[in-house]
Design a protein around this ligand. Structure first.
Ligand code: HEM
Length: 139
């Protein structure tokens, strides 16, 4: 890439740019109540209100992730399979703390207690990561 100007800053040729996606995706200019957990922001009828480049989990432009539809389908299927069978509760003494590395992760994992919906009985294991739940035979 050639040298360029961005918002009055000179970007030298060959410089590596890292976007602050955490900041972008919590920016009050684009997101009402940006720190609030509000999955309804992404409801189909709300989608048109999200500015085009304000939400980039799969990147954008010509190198955008080609696996997005598969990843979204898998995530929803796995989540549905779990929540159909179990009620999830966070462990109160284990708050989820973000850790910014190459991708954003939970610093000490996401600890949950599972109660079987059918019987109301607690599964006698504590799971550190939600994806560990999928190692259970989902019976
Ligand atoms: C939650 C899951 C996933 C996330 C968050 C994710 C995210 C991303 C991101 C941010 C990029 C870079 C886009 C850019 O440069 O602008 C990317 C590229 C890519 N992803 Fe994914 N991805 C996911 C799942 C998948 C899956 C399931 C596949 C394949 C089945 C896949 C295949 C690819 C490929 C091949 C590229 C490179 C595209 C290119 O450079 O032309 N990804 N992904």
């Amino acid at each position: 890439m050639d040298a360029d100007q961005l918002h009055g800053h000179t970007i030298p040729a060959g410089a590596k740019l890292i976007l602050n996606l955490y900041g972008l995706q919590r920016h009050a200019a684009y997101w009402p109540e940006p720190q609030r957990f509000d999955p309804e922001r992404f409801a189909p009828e709300q989608e048109a209100n999200i500015p085009k480049f304000a939400y980039l989990p799969f990147g954008a432009g010509p190198r955008k992730c080609i696996g997005e539809p598969l990843a979204m389908m898998e995530a929803q299927m796995i989540l549905a399979a779990i929540v159909q069978r179990y009620r999830l509760r966070f462990l109160p003494d284990r708050p989820v703390e973000p850790s910014a590395a190459f991708v954003l992760r939970a610093k000490a994992g996401v600890w949950v207690i599972l109660d079987k919906r059918e019987t109301g009985k607690r599964v006698d294991r504590v799971f550190r990561h939600l994806h560990d739940c999928t190692k259970l035979t989902l019976s």
